[in-house]
Design a protein around this ligand. Structure first.
Ligand code: G6P
Length: 453
């Protein structure tokens, strides 16, 4: 069995003394796939992402079961920053807004050639590594052309592709130049099976195929709603470093105050700024919450090579500062914003959250929405966007919001903060049950069985 994804399970950092230090990769894809573990005998083919990874490849350092592809840095930058994260991510999350509109010019075509080369590098590595009849599980929008390319090289293989993002509605998807849109769809249809996180994204993909390439052909489409890993989370969230972070956070928040917690990559689709604006609206409309609540916002830097991400990160910081300047008092900081990625501190915040705010404008699933109720110490009300994939499974027990509606989100925060303890505990139980219905290991096996069956 082989797995292919751009981001792999580890990334390396070169320390000052020249030694290499391995860290766990971030994002929903890695959280889901990490459950496979090295014992499953799978080979995970991924990209070397930074200087540390490239150095690891050069020195021949690596984990068992992982092969990092050192695609030339400029090809990777075009494919990853240029095409995957500036075009395909924006299309599927419908993030283009004036003045940030797509311009599919000669530069785009040049980057597209890199995206093809990047995909070809994966297809060739997989073709070379795979045993006769092996199962190959390709992941995400970085690698949409791999199934078709691999099928040509190795017709004997069983090929699956899984999308960890939403899929764009046909009206939006066809913003891509016709030949490119067709190439993406045909590339994916090279797979035997395609997987999506929700029915909504699967249906959107099918609609694109019906409209643009005459249907799905032989390829079957399935829905596998990745859930939270309850065993891992419950155990990890009670380790000593998490307790330490909790004590420190408690101090920052102030004894007796309520918390509204959010944890995200600093990502346009996560809608962090509107979340802050909704919190400001809450403080304006409901003065009774002033001094009594703190918005704990962890916004971890992501894709900082891209100017729009850097600008968004700066905007998040600016709005948080404005709120603190406007409402803060000597003993109360209304927004506690942290930007340094720290998994133990995220778990500490999950445990102590009274309200979790998950308000993306669009999201494939959103695992934070599923993790918080599992880890929560005393029950937590979930304010959840109806545009997150997780809404399909959790919507019934959450306080649901339209992510664009700042006033509505402020009202939802008030309702969540005011929820009676009994109701909150009851909903948290139901959220946790729904969130763990398909743990990562089973999510993965389900796809493998479907592919082999
Ligand atoms: C999303 C994507 C993943 C990606 C993750 C982190 O979850 O679906 O494929 O790995 O974001 O983004 P990054 O660009 O840092 O890999």
């Amino acid at each position: 069995m082989l797995v292919a994804s751009n981001r792999g399970p580890v990334s390396y950092e070169v320390r000052e003394d020249g030694s290499l230090h391995a860290r766990r990769g971030g994002g929903g894809l890695v959280s889901g796939l990490s459950a496979i573990g090295p014992d499953a005998g799978a080979l995970w083919v991924c990209s070397a992402l930074g200087d540390g990874d490239r150095e690891a490849v050069r020195r021949g350092v690596g984990e068992d079961g992982v092969r990092m592809l050192d695609v030339p840095a400029d090809v990777h930058a075009d494919a990853y920053n240029g095409i995957a994260n500036s075009v395909l991510w924006f299309v599927h999350h419908m993030l283009y807004q004036t003045p940030l509109e797509p311009v599919f010019d000669a530069e785009f075509r040049r980057q597209w050639a890199s995206y093809e080369a990047f995909n070809r590098a994966f297809a060739e590595a997989l073709a070379q590594e795979a045993a006769e009849g092996a199962a190959v599980l390709v992941q995400d929008y970085h690698l949409t052309l791999v199934p078709g390319m691999l099928r040509e090289l190795r017709p004997d293989l069983r090929i699956a592709h899984f999308s960890h993002t939403p899929w764009a509605p046909v009206e939006y998807f066809r913003m891509l130049p016709d030949d490119i849109a067709e190439q993406v769809l045909r590339g994916m249809l090279g797979a035997d099976r395609l997987g999506f996180l929700t029915r909504r994204w699967a249906d959107a993909f099918t609609a694109c195929c019906d409209a643009l390439v005459g249907g799905l052909g032989q390829t079957r489409v399935g829905v596998h709603g990745l859930g939270a890993d309850a065993d891992f989370l419950r155990q990890r969230s009670h380790e000593a470093d998490v307790d330490e972070r909790m004590a420190a956070l408690r101090e920052e928040v102030g004894e007796g105050r309520r918390t509204i917690v959010r944890v995200d990559r600093t990502e346009l689709s996560k809608n962090i700024v509107r979340g802050l604006l909704a919190y400001r609206q809450l403080l304006a409309d409901r003065p009774e919450w002033r001094e009594r609540v703190v918005h704990v916002a962890f916004a971890y830097p992501s894709r900082q090579d891209l100017a729009v991400y850097r600008e968004y990160t700066a905007q998040v910081q600016r709005v948080a500062e404005e709120i603190n300047a406007e409402y803060g008092t000597p003993g109360w900081t209304p927004v506690v914003l942290h930007v340094k990625d720290d998994f133990a501190r995220s778990l500490a915040a999950y445990r102590m959250a009274d309200v979790a705010l998950v308000n993306p404008v669009r999201d494939g699933m959103n695992l934070v929405a599923k993790e918080v109720p599992v880890v929560s110490d005393e029950g937590c009300a979930l304010v959840l966007s109806r545009e997150a994939g997780a809404f399909e499974e959790l919507g019934e027990y959450a306080v649901v919001v339209n992510p664009y509606d700042v006033v509505g989100t402020a009202e939802a925060l008030h309702r969540a903060l005011s929820m009676p303890a009994g109701e909150r505990a009851d909903r948290t139980k139901k959220l946790a049950a729904a969130a763990t219905a398909l743990p990562p290991a089973r999510w993965f096996l389900e796809q493998l069985d479907a592919l082999r069956g």
